[in-house]
Design a protein around this ligand. Structure first.
Ligand SMILES: C[S@@+](CC[C@H](N)C(=O)[O-])C[C@H]1O[C@@H](n2cnc3c(N)ncnc32)[C@H](O)[C@@H]1O
Length: 402
Protein backbone atom coordinates (compact mmCIF):
# COMPACT_ATOMS: atom_id res chain seq x y z
CA UNK A 1 0.00 0.00 0.00
CA UNK A 2 1.35 3.45 -0.83
CA UNK A 3 2.10 6.01 1.85
CA UNK A 4 0.50 8.80 -0.18
CA UNK A 5 -1.93 10.92 1.83
CA UNK A 6 -5.54 10.66 0.81
CA UNK A 7 -7.61 13.78 1.15
CA UNK A 8 -11.11 13.22 2.37
CA UNK A 9 -12.37 16.42 0.94
CA UNK A 10 -16.07 15.79 1.32
CA UNK A 11 -15.77 16.58 5.04
CA UNK A 12 -15.90 19.24 6.29
CA UNK A 13 -18.52 20.41 3.81
CA UNK A 14 -17.20 23.96 4.04
CA UNK A 15 -13.98 23.02 2.24
CA UNK A 16 -15.13 21.14 -0.82
CA UNK A 17 -12.99 20.56 -3.84
CA UNK A 18 -15.25 20.50 -6.88
CA UNK A 19 -14.27 19.23 -10.29
CA UNK A 20 -15.95 20.64 -13.39
CA UNK A 21 -15.18 18.79 -16.65
CA UNK A 22 -15.65 20.84 -19.83
CA UNK A 23 -14.87 20.74 -23.55
CA UNK A 24 -11.14 20.47 -24.32
CA UNK A 25 -9.80 23.89 -25.26
CA UNK A 26 -12.46 25.85 -23.35
CA UNK A 27 -11.08 25.63 -19.82
CA UNK A 28 -10.32 29.37 -19.75
CA UNK A 29 -13.98 30.28 -20.27
CA UNK A 30 -15.13 27.92 -17.52
CA UNK A 31 -12.43 29.27 -15.21
CA UNK A 32 -13.76 32.82 -15.75
CA UNK A 33 -17.31 31.70 -15.02
CA UNK A 34 -16.25 29.96 -11.80
CA UNK A 35 -14.32 33.04 -10.64
CA UNK A 36 -17.29 35.27 -11.34
CA UNK A 37 -19.46 33.03 -9.14
CA UNK A 38 -17.00 33.85 -6.37
CA UNK A 39 -15.18 30.51 -6.04
CA UNK A 40 -11.44 29.97 -5.79
CA UNK A 41 -9.71 28.05 -8.59
CA UNK A 42 -7.59 25.16 -7.39
CA UNK A 43 -6.19 23.99 -10.72
CA UNK A 44 -6.87 23.83 -14.43
CA UNK A 45 -6.10 20.72 -16.47
CA UNK A 46 -7.00 19.67 -20.00
CA UNK A 47 -10.76 19.30 -20.04
CA UNK A 48 -11.43 20.16 -16.41
CA UNK A 49 -11.24 22.89 -13.80
CA UNK A 50 -11.01 22.15 -10.07
CA UNK A 51 -12.21 24.76 -7.62
CA UNK A 52 -12.95 25.22 -3.94
CA UNK A 53 -16.24 26.10 -2.35
CA UNK A 54 -18.52 25.54 0.56
CA UNK A 55 -21.64 23.36 0.60
CA UNK A 56 -23.63 25.98 -1.33
CA UNK A 57 -21.17 25.73 -4.24
CA UNK A 58 -22.79 22.46 -5.35
CA UNK A 59 -26.24 23.93 -6.10
CA UNK A 60 -24.84 27.23 -7.36
CA UNK A 61 -22.29 25.65 -9.73
CA UNK A 62 -24.89 23.24 -11.10
CA UNK A 63 -27.50 25.95 -11.66
CA UNK A 64 -25.28 28.82 -12.88
CA UNK A 65 -22.34 27.42 -14.88
CA UNK A 66 -23.01 27.60 -18.62
CA UNK A 67 -19.90 25.85 -19.89
CA UNK A 68 -19.29 22.93 -17.49
CA UNK A 69 -20.34 19.38 -18.33
CA UNK A 70 -21.04 18.32 -14.72
CA UNK A 71 -19.99 19.05 -11.13
CA UNK A 72 -18.18 16.35 -9.18
CA UNK A 73 -17.38 16.47 -5.48
CA UNK A 74 -13.88 15.20 -4.84
CA UNK A 75 -14.10 12.40 -2.27
CA UNK A 76 -10.49 11.30 -2.33
CA UNK A 77 -7.21 11.85 -4.13
CA UNK A 78 -4.24 9.51 -3.87
CA UNK A 79 -1.47 7.84 -5.85
CA UNK A 80 -1.94 4.28 -7.08
CA UNK A 81 0.53 2.23 -9.08
CA UNK A 82 -1.23 -1.11 -8.62
CA UNK A 83 -4.79 -2.41 -8.30
CA UNK A 84 -3.97 -3.36 -4.70
CA UNK A 85 -3.14 0.28 -3.91
CA UNK A 86 -6.26 1.46 -5.71
CA UNK A 87 -8.35 -0.99 -3.66
CA UNK A 88 -6.77 -0.18 -0.29
CA UNK A 89 -6.83 3.61 -0.71
CA UNK A 90 -10.43 3.55 -1.91
CA UNK A 91 -11.48 1.27 0.93
CA UNK A 92 -9.82 3.57 3.48
CA UNK A 93 -12.22 6.41 2.62
CA UNK A 94 -15.26 6.99 4.91
CA UNK A 95 -17.91 5.94 2.36
CA UNK A 96 -20.41 5.36 5.16
CA UNK A 97 -20.46 9.13 5.81
CA UNK A 98 -21.42 9.74 2.20
CA UNK A 99 -23.41 6.79 0.92
CA UNK A 100 -26.53 5.72 2.85
CA UNK A 101 -27.29 2.05 3.45
CA UNK A 102 -30.06 1.85 0.84
CA UNK A 103 -28.29 3.97 -1.83
CA UNK A 104 -27.78 2.96 -5.46
CA UNK A 105 -24.08 3.49 -6.00
CA UNK A 106 -21.91 2.57 -8.95
CA UNK A 107 -18.79 3.69 -10.80
CA UNK A 108 -20.23 5.37 -13.83
CA UNK A 109 -16.99 6.01 -15.67
CA UNK A 110 -13.22 5.67 -15.31
CA UNK A 111 -10.55 7.32 -17.40
CA UNK A 112 -6.79 7.08 -17.27
CA UNK A 113 -4.03 9.18 -18.83
CA UNK A 114 -0.29 8.40 -18.71
CA UNK A 115 -0.75 5.95 -15.80
CA UNK A 116 0.18 2.39 -14.91
CA UNK A 117 -3.45 1.47 -14.33
CA UNK A 118 -5.22 1.98 -17.61
CA UNK A 119 -8.08 -0.47 -18.07
CA UNK A 120 -11.28 1.51 -17.36
CA UNK A 121 -13.40 -1.58 -16.70
CA UNK A 122 -10.88 -3.01 -14.22
CA UNK A 123 -10.54 0.36 -12.48
CA UNK A 124 -14.33 0.58 -12.24
CA UNK A 125 -14.72 -2.87 -10.74
CA UNK A 126 -11.85 -2.52 -8.22
CA UNK A 127 -13.18 0.83 -6.97
CA UNK A 128 -16.71 -0.55 -6.67
CA UNK A 129 -15.45 -3.63 -4.82
CA UNK A 130 -13.51 -1.48 -2.34
CA UNK A 131 -16.61 0.65 -1.70
CA UNK A 132 -18.83 -2.43 -1.27
CA UNK A 133 -16.34 -4.08 1.12
CA UNK A 134 -16.05 -0.93 3.25
CA UNK A 135 -19.80 -0.39 3.40
CA UNK A 136 -20.52 -4.09 4.07
CA UNK A 137 -18.25 -3.95 7.07
CA UNK A 138 -19.62 -0.62 8.37
CA UNK A 139 -23.31 -1.42 7.82
CA UNK A 140 -23.01 -5.11 8.70
CA UNK A 141 -24.78 -6.23 5.50
CA UNK A 142 -23.72 -8.21 2.46
CA UNK A 143 -26.73 -7.54 0.27
CA UNK A 144 -27.47 -3.90 -0.46
CA UNK A 145 -31.13 -3.05 -1.05
CA UNK A 146 -30.18 -0.34 -3.61
CA UNK A 147 -33.70 1.12 -3.52
CA UNK A 148 -32.65 4.59 -2.37
CA UNK A 149 -31.10 7.66 -3.97
CA UNK A 150 -28.38 7.56 -6.60
CA UNK A 151 -24.67 8.12 -5.89
CA UNK A 152 -22.72 7.78 -9.16
CA UNK A 153 -18.94 7.99 -8.94
CA UNK A 154 -16.37 8.92 -11.60
CA UNK A 155 -12.69 7.99 -11.45
CA UNK A 156 -9.88 9.92 -13.15
CA UNK A 157 -6.30 8.71 -13.09
CA UNK A 158 -3.70 11.14 -14.36
CA UNK A 159 0.00 10.28 -14.06
CA UNK A 160 -0.90 7.66 -11.42
CA UNK A 161 -2.82 10.15 -9.30
CA UNK A 162 -6.35 8.95 -8.68
CA UNK A 163 -9.27 11.30 -8.14
CA UNK A 164 -12.61 9.92 -7.01
CA UNK A 165 -15.44 12.30 -7.82
CA UNK A 166 -19.03 11.93 -6.70
CA UNK A 167 -21.29 13.13 -9.51
CA UNK A 168 -23.69 15.73 -8.15
CA UNK A 169 -25.22 16.48 -11.57
CA UNK A 170 -26.65 13.33 -13.18
CA UNK A 171 -27.84 14.08 -16.70
CA UNK A 172 -25.05 16.24 -18.06
CA UNK A 173 -25.29 20.00 -17.71
CA UNK A 174 -25.46 20.67 -21.44
CA UNK A 175 -28.97 19.23 -21.29
CA UNK A 176 -30.70 22.36 -20.08
CA UNK A 177 -34.08 20.83 -20.87
CA UNK A 178 -35.26 23.34 -23.50
CA UNK A 179 -34.10 21.44 -26.60
CA UNK A 180 -36.90 18.93 -26.87
CA UNK A 181 -36.33 18.57 -30.64
CA UNK A 182 -33.25 19.25 -32.71
CA UNK A 183 -31.93 19.49 -36.27
CA UNK A 184 -29.40 17.22 -37.97
CA UNK A 185 -26.13 18.23 -36.26
CA UNK A 186 -26.93 20.28 -33.19
CA UNK A 187 -24.13 21.84 -31.19
CA UNK A 188 -24.04 21.03 -27.48
CA UNK A 189 -25.62 23.82 -25.43
CA UNK A 190 -22.59 24.26 -23.16
CA UNK A 191 -20.24 24.37 -26.17
CA UNK A 192 -22.42 27.02 -27.83
CA UNK A 193 -22.41 29.07 -24.61
CA UNK A 194 -18.62 28.75 -24.26
CA UNK A 195 -18.03 29.90 -27.84
CA UNK A 196 -20.29 32.92 -27.35
CA UNK A 197 -18.45 33.76 -24.13
CA UNK A 198 -15.13 33.53 -26.01
CA UNK A 199 -16.21 36.40 -28.26
CA UNK A 200 -16.63 40.05 -27.19
CA UNK A 201 -20.39 39.86 -27.93
CA UNK A 202 -22.65 41.41 -25.27
CA UNK A 203 -26.46 41.50 -25.19
CA UNK A 204 -26.57 45.07 -26.50
CA UNK A 205 -24.89 44.11 -29.81
CA UNK A 206 -26.57 42.56 -32.85
CA UNK A 207 -26.17 38.78 -33.17
CA UNK A 208 -27.11 36.59 -36.15
CA UNK A 209 -26.72 32.86 -36.71
CA UNK A 210 -27.41 32.30 -40.45
CA UNK A 211 -27.22 28.47 -40.07
CA UNK A 212 -29.16 28.37 -36.81
CA UNK A 213 -30.59 24.83 -37.04
CA UNK A 214 -32.41 24.19 -33.76
CA UNK A 215 -31.36 27.63 -32.50
CA UNK A 216 -28.83 26.64 -29.86
CA UNK A 217 -26.44 29.60 -30.24
CA UNK A 218 -29.28 32.09 -30.16
CA UNK A 219 -31.15 30.53 -27.26
CA UNK A 220 -27.92 30.44 -25.26
CA UNK A 221 -27.13 34.04 -26.25
CA UNK A 222 -30.60 35.23 -25.24
CA UNK A 223 -30.23 33.46 -21.89
CA UNK A 224 -26.87 35.19 -21.40
CA UNK A 225 -28.39 38.57 -22.34
CA UNK A 226 -31.30 38.08 -19.93
CA UNK A 227 -28.96 36.83 -17.18
CA UNK A 228 -30.92 33.60 -17.07
CA UNK A 229 -29.17 30.68 -15.35
CA UNK A 230 -28.92 27.63 -17.62
CA UNK A 231 -29.86 25.11 -14.93
CA UNK A 232 -32.90 26.85 -13.52
CA UNK A 233 -35.42 24.43 -15.04
CA UNK A 234 -33.85 21.07 -14.42
CA UNK A 235 -33.07 18.56 -11.70
CA UNK A 236 -29.74 17.37 -10.30
CA UNK A 237 -28.78 14.07 -8.68
CA UNK A 238 -27.47 15.74 -5.51
CA UNK A 239 -30.80 17.41 -4.73
CA UNK A 240 -31.75 14.29 -2.73
CA UNK A 241 -28.51 14.12 -0.70
CA UNK A 242 -30.03 15.87 2.29
CA UNK A 243 -27.41 14.63 4.76
CA UNK A 244 -24.65 16.24 2.66
CA UNK A 245 -26.27 19.37 1.21
CA UNK A 246 -28.95 21.25 3.07
CA UNK A 247 -32.16 21.35 0.97
CA UNK A 248 -32.52 25.07 1.62
CA UNK A 249 -29.28 25.75 -0.28
CA UNK A 250 -30.93 24.38 -3.45
CA UNK A 251 -33.97 26.63 -2.89
CA UNK A 252 -31.69 29.58 -2.18
CA UNK A 253 -29.70 29.06 -5.40
CA UNK A 254 -32.93 28.67 -7.40
CA UNK A 255 -34.33 31.89 -5.87
CA UNK A 256 -31.07 33.68 -6.64
CA UNK A 257 -31.32 32.49 -10.27
CA UNK A 258 -34.92 33.75 -10.59
CA UNK A 259 -34.11 37.10 -9.02
CA UNK A 260 -31.29 37.76 -11.48
CA UNK A 261 -33.37 37.33 -14.65
CA UNK A 262 -33.94 40.54 -16.55
CA UNK A 263 -36.26 40.22 -19.55
CA UNK A 264 -36.67 43.96 -19.81
CA UNK A 265 -33.93 44.25 -22.42
CA UNK A 266 -33.87 45.24 -26.04
CA UNK A 267 -31.85 42.71 -28.01
CA UNK A 268 -31.34 42.16 -31.71
CA UNK A 269 -30.79 38.40 -31.92
CA UNK A 270 -31.77 36.70 -35.18
CA UNK A 271 -31.66 33.16 -36.55
CA UNK A 272 -31.97 32.00 -40.14
CA UNK A 273 -31.85 28.60 -41.78
CA UNK A 274 -32.70 27.31 -45.24
CA UNK A 275 -34.83 24.58 -43.67
CA UNK A 276 -38.28 25.80 -42.61
CA UNK A 277 -38.95 22.73 -40.43
CA UNK A 278 -35.84 23.32 -38.36
CA UNK A 279 -36.82 26.98 -37.91
CA UNK A 280 -40.07 25.79 -36.32
CA UNK A 281 -38.03 23.57 -33.99
CA UNK A 282 -35.77 26.52 -33.11
CA UNK A 283 -38.82 28.62 -32.22
CA UNK A 284 -40.18 25.85 -29.97
CA UNK A 285 -36.83 25.45 -28.23
CA UNK A 286 -36.49 29.18 -27.58
CA UNK A 287 -40.04 29.18 -26.19
CA UNK A 288 -39.21 26.23 -23.91
CA UNK A 289 -36.24 28.20 -22.60
CA UNK A 290 -38.45 31.25 -22.01
CA UNK A 291 -36.57 33.54 -24.41
CA UNK A 292 -38.68 33.46 -27.59
CA UNK A 293 -39.54 37.15 -27.25
CA UNK A 294 -35.83 37.98 -27.52
CA UNK A 295 -35.13 36.12 -30.79
CA UNK A 296 -36.41 36.57 -34.32
CA UNK A 297 -36.28 33.39 -36.46
CA UNK A 298 -36.85 33.23 -40.19
CA UNK A 299 -36.44 30.74 -43.05
CA UNK A 300 -33.76 32.24 -45.28
CA UNK A 301 -30.67 30.96 -47.16
CA UNK A 302 -27.28 32.38 -46.22
CA UNK A 303 -27.09 34.04 -49.65
CA UNK A 304 -29.88 36.37 -48.46
CA UNK A 305 -28.12 37.41 -45.27
CA UNK A 306 -28.18 41.16 -44.67
CA UNK A 307 -28.70 43.71 -41.90
CA UNK A 308 -28.69 47.48 -41.87
CA UNK A 309 -27.02 47.74 -38.45
CA UNK A 310 -23.32 48.20 -37.80
CA UNK A 311 -20.82 46.39 -35.59
CA UNK A 312 -22.92 43.22 -35.39
CA UNK A 313 -21.79 39.64 -34.75
CA UNK A 314 -22.29 36.41 -36.67
CA UNK A 315 -21.63 33.34 -34.53
CA UNK A 316 -22.37 30.16 -36.38
CA UNK A 317 -21.91 26.47 -37.01
CA UNK A 318 -22.36 25.92 -40.78
CA UNK A 319 -22.66 22.42 -42.26
CA UNK A 320 -19.40 20.43 -41.91
CA UNK A 321 -20.07 18.05 -44.80
CA UNK A 322 -18.62 14.86 -43.41
CA UNK A 323 -19.55 12.99 -46.60
CA UNK A 324 -17.43 13.32 -49.73
CA UNK A 325 -20.32 14.19 -52.06
CA UNK A 326 -21.09 17.23 -49.89
CA UNK A 327 -17.73 18.96 -50.51
CA UNK A 328 -18.89 20.91 -53.60
CA UNK A 329 -21.97 22.07 -51.73
CA UNK A 330 -19.76 23.20 -48.85
CA UNK A 331 -17.58 25.34 -51.10
CA UNK A 332 -20.70 27.15 -52.30
CA UNK A 333 -22.15 27.60 -48.79
CA UNK A 334 -18.88 29.00 -47.34
CA UNK A 335 -18.44 31.30 -50.36
CA UNK A 336 -21.98 32.62 -49.84
CA UNK A 337 -21.20 33.20 -46.16
CA UNK A 338 -18.01 35.05 -47.18
CA UNK A 339 -19.94 37.23 -49.67
CA UNK A 340 -22.55 38.13 -47.04
CA UNK A 341 -19.81 38.95 -44.53
CA UNK A 342 -18.18 41.28 -47.07
CA UNK A 343 -21.46 43.22 -47.37
CA UNK A 344 -21.69 43.50 -43.58
CA UNK A 345 -18.68 45.75 -43.20
CA UNK A 346 -17.79 46.56 -39.57
CA UNK A 347 -19.20 43.16 -38.45
CA UNK A 348 -17.37 40.29 -36.73
CA UNK A 349 -17.70 36.67 -37.79
CA UNK A 350 -17.07 33.56 -35.65
CA UNK A 351 -17.34 30.12 -37.24
CA UNK A 352 -16.94 26.65 -35.73
CA UNK A 353 -16.32 24.02 -38.38
CA UNK A 354 -14.28 20.98 -39.32
CA UNK A 355 -14.18 22.08 -42.99
CA UNK A 356 -10.45 22.59 -43.60
CA UNK A 357 -10.97 25.05 -46.45
CA UNK A 358 -13.33 27.32 -44.51
CA UNK A 359 -11.02 30.37 -44.70
CA UNK A 360 -10.31 29.78 -48.39
CA UNK A 361 -14.00 29.86 -49.37
CA UNK A 362 -14.99 32.58 -46.90
CA UNK A 363 -12.26 34.50 -48.72
CA UNK A 364 -10.45 35.84 -45.67
CA UNK A 365 -7.79 34.70 -43.23
CA UNK A 366 -9.07 34.47 -39.66
CA UNK A 367 -7.34 36.64 -37.05
CA UNK A 368 -7.37 33.65 -34.69
CA UNK A 369 -8.39 30.03 -34.78
CA UNK A 370 -8.69 27.69 -31.86
CA UNK A 371 -8.75 23.90 -31.91
CA UNK A 372 -11.92 22.57 -30.27
CA UNK A 373 -13.44 19.11 -30.03
CA UNK A 374 -17.13 19.04 -30.88
CA UNK A 375 -17.87 15.57 -29.52
CA UNK A 376 -15.43 13.33 -31.37
CA UNK A 377 -14.98 15.74 -34.29
CA UNK A 378 -11.93 17.98 -34.29
CA UNK A 379 -13.03 21.44 -35.30
CA UNK A 380 -11.64 24.96 -35.40
CA UNK A 381 -13.25 28.10 -34.10
CA UNK A 382 -12.30 30.87 -36.55
CA UNK A 383 -12.47 34.49 -35.39
CA UNK A 384 -12.76 37.24 -37.99
CA UNK A 385 -12.91 40.14 -35.59
CA UNK A 386 -14.28 43.38 -37.01
CA UNK A 387 -13.50 46.88 -35.79
CA UNK A 388 -14.65 47.97 -32.35
CA UNK A 389 -17.43 50.56 -32.45
CA UNK A 390 -16.29 54.06 -31.52
CA UNK A 391 -17.11 54.81 -27.89
CA UNK A 392 -19.82 57.32 -28.83
CA UNK A 393 -21.57 54.82 -31.15
CA UNK A 394 -21.59 52.17 -28.44
CA UNK A 395 -23.01 54.67 -25.94
CA UNK A 396 -25.72 55.60 -28.45
CA UNK A 397 -26.60 51.93 -29.11
CA UNK A 398 -26.80 51.35 -25.35
CA UNK A 399 -28.91 54.49 -24.79
CA UNK A 400 -31.33 53.48 -27.55
CA UNK A 401 -31.68 50.05 -26.01
CA UNK A 402 -31.93 51.23 -22.40
C1 LIG B 1 -24.56 22.10 -38.40
S1 LIG B 1 -26.21 22.61 -38.62
C2 LIG B 1 -26.41 23.88 -37.41
C3 LIG B 1 -26.81 23.29 -36.10
C4 LIG B 1 -27.19 24.32 -35.04
N1 LIG B 1 -26.03 25.03 -34.54
C5 LIG B 1 -27.94 23.64 -33.90
O1 LIG B 1 -27.47 23.70 -32.75
O2 LIG B 1 -28.97 23.02 -34.16
C6 LIG B 1 -26.15 23.51 -40.12
C7 LIG B 1 -27.49 24.10 -40.57
O3 LIG B 1 -27.24 24.82 -41.77
C8 LIG B 1 -28.44 24.78 -42.54
N2 LIG B 1 -28.11 25.13 -43.96
C9 LIG B 1 -27.53 24.35 -44.91
N3 LIG B 1 -27.38 25.05 -46.04
C10 LIG B 1 -27.81 26.32 -45.80
C11 LIG B 1 -27.87 27.52 -46.55
N4 LIG B 1 -27.45 27.56 -47.81
N5 LIG B 1 -28.36 28.63 -45.96
C12 LIG B 1 -28.80 28.60 -44.67
N6 LIG B 1 -28.80 27.49 -43.92
C13 LIG B 1 -28.29 26.36 -44.46
C14 LIG B 1 -28.96 23.37 -42.33
O4 LIG B 1 -30.37 23.30 -42.59
C15 LIG B 1 -28.60 23.11 -40.85
O5 LIG B 1 -29.69 23.37 -40.01
Amino acid sequence: MSNSPHFITIYPMDELRLIAPCHFGLESVLKREILSLGFEIDNVQDGRVTFKGKEDAVPRANIFLRTAERILISVGEFDALSFEELYQETRALPWEDIIPKNAKFWVKKASSVKSKLFSPSDIQSIVKKAMVDRLSEKYGITVFPEDGDEYPLRVFINKNKVTLGLDSTGVSLHKRGYRKKQGAAPIAENLAAALILLTPWKGDRILIDPFCGSGTFLTEAAMIAANMAPGRNREFTAETWDHLIDKKLWYRAADEAESLINMDIDCDIQGYDIDGDVIRVARENAANAGVSELIHFQERPVSGLSHSGKYGFIITNPPYGERLNEKEELKRIYSELGEAFKRLDSWSLYVITSFDDAEKYIGKKAGKNRKIYNGMIQTRFYSFEGPKPPRRTLDRIRRQQA
